[in-house]
Design a protein around this ligand. Structure first.
Ligand code: GLA
Length: 775
């Protein structure tokens, strides 16, 4: 509901059952009186800041009004040049001369649903109400005026904001900075951002916001693995299950910027939008510039409460409609197992094994085209390598589909190797440094998606192959940072969105998984086209605990590709057990990415069981309400829950000698309801006991001998299993778990796991059997 209220109709309240935003127009400027918990329109005057009498040397916006000091006002939009000396949200110039972007309110406009953008930028979709706050800034009489429209769309789970600058003047105006959103929030916050780099994405970093601005920005041309555009502002003392948290994100894949800064008066100003670094976008007379859409939500139920709001928002308003709430297939991807060396025989053998293990979609990754036998050549060419695939992609696809599997393919359409037919034919299609130097990344240059002929080339080729090979899935990769900055980087992203829309807008059934050296473009912009994104090239589950946990604050588990790969892991040489590789991958879009020809029979059996388990609980794992449980013992714990059941993952990193008790402690179970709880059966590999085996065997066994090696391949020992029934109250209070291995022997009631061990617990509401679970 959106209500314009107050005697002078100068208040506007956007409100639903979980959020509200109260604006007041004062001295022609939009004040933000409140954003967060739902308040009522009758609170409008109580929430208004009482008039004051100026502040020291600060200037007045209206000479008649001693309280019109913008520098201390709680604003929803502001700019330098009119008396607010905090960071401004917009900077404009004409003919290289800055003009004061002092826009004044003209009217409110209320709309049902979203106001469709004219540019190629993706935006949130689905049911909402939109408020447009119109503001103008007149230019000297003959030159007309500029109009700024601030859009506020209230969805059930988030508020989105964006703005439009309409040039109704006769002059060309240059936009040097324009944020999507700006808010002055009450009081102190800590800002949490998600940072890292290749194979180390989304590590949370927390910084208290004081009078020195905290800035979260990317300048790599993309949303980047260095600084994800999403961030949180939370009150000191907040934990996973309680405390006030604001979550923010941006529907954009290019250079982003967000800052938070506290004023002397105690307001925290936060803004987000396109990075202003190097930005200078000319907007000609009669044209309009649109910013990407910013997303914000609020919860007082801690980080988990905020995450659940964001997850619902992403699942319901970002992900392409076709994929909303639709189960994601279990993938087999050949990359880590084969890299560039494969042929059709190898692929078909892998596909038939993958099928037997339970995979539903076979994905052929890099290396199927041109002279692409390494990272050095072939990128940009779309001719199939007939030596590897004599029957072409059509032939391979038909054979895979005949096995009753779906078929998917990797592309990296935005780049070109200088050693490629495409580059030799069109060197001008690549982006060259203007200083005459070419900056290669992974031996490749970027194609210039600002050019329509390049966009057409990519659209035609990807579409042609998607149709002829009957692709069910496309992995869209992009493996380098950009050398474009500012306005040009933005134009590139607009070109990319146009291409994605042309290919996938008409092929909604193709599951698009975006990837960029792993999680270098894990953002809401890409998720508007593809329902999932590859979280990281790091498939070591111990690393994934941090990466997936970091992403989980703002992105749902259904958006994260998570595969089981070979140990020792190529990224770390760490050797976590297969069970932990599976258990971590369960909390995302599960897949396998290892050479199946190297599996021993005990591993095959285990993986088959794991996939069976995943499929049985898939809807809960992919779409259940996600919580990070506080463990108080150094372990990491994830809970997913829906009406019928919950799954909890309990993960250890390094184990201490003499480990203490551990409890299974859940969140949000109904106290009076009875539940059954059981751990997922897991095996222990014989070889993990090394020479200790001889102490329990009747004969003296050589731990490096044939007997142990053979036994290890075919047999695993059951790890302790635990099953019980109890009430939700007991689960929320904490149930003691079986003892961890403590060097004093093992047995049926000991969890004998060692470093990087993990368990999965399934909790089911106890009620009359309701038929088969069709997840
Ligand atoms: C990137 C991706 C990987 C894989 C390779 C192929 O590194 O992140 O998953 O597709 O490219 O070259």
């Amino acid at each position: 509901m959106i209500i314009v209220t107050g005697e002078s109709k100068n208040y506007c309240l956007l409100k639903n059952s979980s959020l509200s935003c109260l604006l007041r127009i004062n001295n022609d400027q939009p004040e933000l009186l409140h954003f967060g918990r739902p308040v009522s329109e009758t609170d409008a005057s109580a929430l208004t800041y009482p008039p004051a009498v100026g502040w020291g040397e600060s200037t007045l916006y209206n000479a008649e009004d001693a309280s019109s000091c913008l520098d201390v006002a709680p604003l929803a939009w502001s700019a330098l040049g009119a008396g607010d000396y905090r960071e401004g949200a917009i900077e404009l110039s004409i003919d290289g001369r800055q003009i004061s972007p002092d826009f004044k309110f003209t009217r409110f406009e209320i709309m049902d649903g979203v106001q469709k953008m004219n540019s190629t930028l993706p935006q949130a979709k689905g049911s909402c109400e939109t408020l447009a706050v119109h503001m103008t800034r007149s230019l000297p009489e003959t030159e007309g005026e500029l109009e700024l429209v601030l859009y506020f769309s209230l969805f059930e789970t988030a508020l989105t904001r964006r703005c439009e600058l309409r040039n109704n003047s006769k002059r060309t105006v240059c936009v040097n900075k324009i944020m999507s959103s700006m808010l002055d929030l009450k009081g102190s916050f800590i800002m949490a951002t998600f940072n890292g780099g290749w194979i180390a994405e989304a590590h949370r970093e927390d910084i208290p916001v004081g009078m020195t601005a905290v800035v979260n920005t990317s300048t790599t041309g993309f949303s980047s693995n260095r600084h994800n555009p999403g961030y949180m502002l939370y009150r000191p003392g907040t934990c996973e299950s309680s405390g006030e948290v604001y979550g923010f994100n941006l529907i954009y894949s290019g250079n982003h910027y967000a800052s938070s800064q506290k004023s002397l008066q105690g307001l925290t100003r936060t803004m987000q939008g396109i990075s202003p670094a190097g930005f200078a976008m000319p907007v000609a007379s009669g044209e309009c510039f649109e910013t990407p859409e910013a997303v914000m939500t609020w919860s007082e139920k801690g980080f988990n409460g905020m995450s659940r709001m964001m997850h619902r928002f992403v699942n319901e308003h970002i992900i392409p409609r076709h994929w909303q709430n639709k189960k994601r297939p279990v993938v087999y991807n050949d990359w880590e197992g084969c890299m560039f060396s494969f042929d059709e025989r190898k692929l078909l053998s892998l596909a038939s094994k993958a099928k037997k293990l339970g995979c539903e979609l076979f994905v052929l990754d890099d290396g199927w085209f041109g002279a692409r036998n390494s990272e050095r050549a072939g990128l940009g060419d779309y001719t199939v390598n007939r030596k590897k695939l004599p029957g072409g992609l059509e032939g391979l696809s038909a054979k895979i589909k005949a096995m009753d599997m779906q078929f998917g393919l990797w592309f990296e359409p935005e780049c070109v190797n200088p050693d490629s037919d495409l580059y030799r034919a069109h060197p001008d299609w690549a982006i060259h440094g203007d200083s005459g130097t070419d900056y290669l990344g992974r031996n490749q240059l970027m194609l210039d998606l600002r050019k329509s002929e390049v966009r057409d080339y990519i659209t035609e080729n990807v579409s042609r192959i998607a149709d002829s090979a009957k692709l069910d899935y496309i992995k869209w990769d992009m493996n380098r940072h950009s050398t474009l900055s500012g306005t040009e980087a933005h134009r590139y992203i607009l070109g990319l969105y146009e291409v994605l829309q042309s290919i996938f807008g008409t092929r909604p059934g193709i599951l698009l998984e975006s990837c960029s050296s792993g999680g270098n473009r894990f953002d809401l912009g890409m998720l508007c086209f593809g329902a999932q994104a590859w979280a990281s090239d790091n498939t070591d589950p111990v690393e994934r605990l941090d990466i997936q946990q970091g992403l989980s604050y703002l992105y749902p588990q259904s958006a994260m590709g998570a595969h089981v790969s070979e140990s020792p892991h190529s990224q770390t040489l760490r050797q976590p057990p297969l069970t932990t590789r599976e258990n971590v991958s369960f909390f995302g879009d599960f897949g396998l990415e290892l050479d199946l020809d190297h599996l021993v029979s005990v591993e095959e059996k285990e993986i088959k069981e794991a996939i069976k388990f995943y499929k049985k609980h898939r809807m809960t794992l992919q779409f259940g309400a996600f919580s990070r449980l506080e463990a108080y013992d150094g372990s990491i714990r994830w809970q997913v829950k829906n009406e019928k059941e919950a799954i909890i993952g309990l993960f250890h990193k390094l184990i201490n000698a003499a480990p203490g008790y551990e409890w299974l402690r859940t969140e949000g179970f109904e106290s009076e309801t009875q539940y059954t709880v059981s751990s997922r059966p897991q095996g222990l590999r014989v070889k993990s006991f090394g020479g200790l085996v001889k102490h329990v065997a009747p004969v003296n066994i050589n731990p490096n001998g044939l007997l142990i090696r053979r036994a290890d391949m075919i047999y695993s020992m059951p790890d302790a299993q635990q099953s019980f029934e109890c009430s939700g109250a007991a689960l929320n209070a904490g149930i003691p778990l079986h003892q961890l291995y403590a060097g004093t022997g093992t047995g049926e009631s000991i969890r004998t796991q060692g470093d990087f061990g993990s368990n999965i617990y399934v909790i089911t509401k106890k009620e009359p059997a309701s038929g088969a679970n069709d997840n």
